[in-house]
Design a protein around this ligand. Structure first.
Ligand SMILES: [Zn+2]
Length: 158
């Protein structure tokens, strides 16, 4: 059995007047994630977990934010490319478990759509993708709605 585990964490600053993309889904919100790409913190954490599990460094190494090709890029494309990289090494995804940490908006109603988008890209069953959300009880930068955090763990098999 050839199993590899990977974890990824990503942070983005929230700013007014930017679209909020989480898990490949556009969520109505006053604030969105400031980033070189579309700022999809959840997909970025999954990219990092995939790349880390396969020994392929991280998203900043594979898709540098100094590269104009990645400006405002849809992070679903970054996830597809990360998946291509791990598949080229003979891996497939067993499961993904992610947690989003933000004060608002409430995202529970969007989780099925996120799981659908992610399982489609990673070629897994829907129940192999888990997305959870929590707040920090108004503590810290997430509690002050200054930023959002996503953590992901993935298991790969060959
Ligand atoms: Zn990011």
């Amino acid at each position: 059995m050839n199993l590899r585990i990977g974890q990824g964490i990503d942070f983005h600053r929230l700013e007014n007047g930017i679209k909020l993309w989480l898990g490949g889904v556009n969520i109505p919100s006053e604030k969105g994630c400031l980033a070189h790409s579309d700022g999809d913190v959840l997909l970025h954490s999954i990219c990092d977990a995939l790349l880390g599990a396969a020994g392929l460094a991280d998203i900043g190494h594979q898709f540098p934010d100094t590269d104009a090709r990645y400006r405002n890029i849809d992070s679903k494309i970054l996830l597809e490319r990360s998946f291509d990289l791990i598949r080229a090494k003979g891996y497939r995804v067993v499961n993904v478990d992610s947690t989003l940490c933000l004060e608002k908006p409430k995202i529970a109603g969007y989780i099925p759509e996120m799981k659908n988008a992610i399982s489609g890209i990673l070629e897994t069953d829907l129940d192999c993708i888990s997305i959870k959300a929590t707040t920090t009880e108004k503590l810290g930068f997430t509690g002050r709605e200054e930023g959002v955090v996503a953590l992901s763990v993935v298991l790969l098999t060959k």
